[in-house]
Write a new protein. Structure first.
Length: 286
């Protein structure tokens, strides 16, 4: 069975792109007992579990995940905090689900989350930035958000940026992507009519807005979007092209500089000793 991918809320589970893509599990469950039972079943069935959660999200859910891992005394559960907005996190979970059926080991799959997240462009069209905490906002933008009809295009990842929609452009990816769009109380069709064509996306899919999006962006007047790689062959090539190492702590394979399961950093390479050349005098010579 492929490594199980889990998320902290059912609204972070996107529809599969094909029949091969396995579903995502939702952890933790409403009670600790249900969480323990559910996680134990996942580990028994799949061998390993990768649980994703927002890095700045529900601390109670994160504490529950860590408690479950501690009670089960299992080193086969990875709890990964990801610094992405809700829809971007859902996209990352979908990508890991796609790759879970490939021939990657659980350690490589878990540590690939940081690599894949780097290629996700996540943002939103906002009707107000007065309560936006996750992206730096200038005081002038705060003042303009009170102007009727003001709209802001915000890129949270990979490089935070805020622009006035219709007056400035958000820089997009320089590679082929598919865009997901989730509308709350949509202030306009700027994302689908202006941004998607400017980014030359290879397709646009409309999905439900995650429940936590309004809190994350500080307003319910938003259209959230996330663009990323969607072809499993491209995702596979990206991950497989990175050099693999072995974690010195738990022994799992990894890519990058940190193990996804035990969080142990990759040791620095041994320092090379300077080579000194010694001259040998001929015996008996002068």
């Amino acid at each position: 069975m492929p490594t199980a991918i889990a998320v902290t809320s059912s609204d972070l589970v996107l529809p599969p792109l094909d029949r091969r893509t396995p579903p995502a599990a939702v952890q933790p469950q409403p009670t600790l007992e249900q969480s323990l039972t559910g996680m134990h079943a996942l580990v028994e069935q799949h061998g390993y579990v990768i649980a994703l959660h927002p890095a700045s999200g529900d601390t109670q859910a994160v504490q529950r995940l860590r408690t479950v891992r501690s009670v089960l005394e299992s080193d086969r559960i990875a709890v990964l905090g990801v610094d992405l907005p809700p829809l971007g996190l859902a996209l990352l979970a979908q990508q890991l689900r796609q790759l879970s059926v490939c021939d990657f080991s659980p350690g490589v799959l878990a540590s690939s989350a940081r690599l894949l997240a780097h290629y996700i462009y996540a943002g939103a069209l906002l009707g107000s930035v007065a309560k936006l905490d996750h992206v730096p906002v200038l005081l002038a933008s705060h003042a303009k958000s009170w102007v009727p009809g003001a709209q802001f295009g915000v890129l949270a990842h990979p490089r935070p940026l805020l622009v006035r929609a219709g007056q400035e452009e958000l820089p997009g990816p320089e590679f082929g992507t598919r865009m997901l769009v989730a509308a709350g109380q949509p202030p306009s069709d700027w994302v689908t009519a202006r941004l998607a064509p400017a980014w030359r996306v290879q397709g646009v899919a409309t999905v439900p807005l995650p429940e936590m999006s309004g809190r994350w962006w500080g307003t319910g007047r938003l259209v959230e979007f996330a663009a990323g790689l969607h072809d499993v062959s491209v995702l596979y090539h990206l991950v497989s092209s990175v050099r693999r190492e072995v974690c010195h702590w738990c022994g799992l394979e990894l890519i990058g500089d940190r193990c996804g399961f035990c969080a142990a950093p990759l040791p620095p390479p041994p320092a090379q000793q300077p080579v000194t050349a010694a001259r040998a005098l001929p015996r008996g010579g002068t």
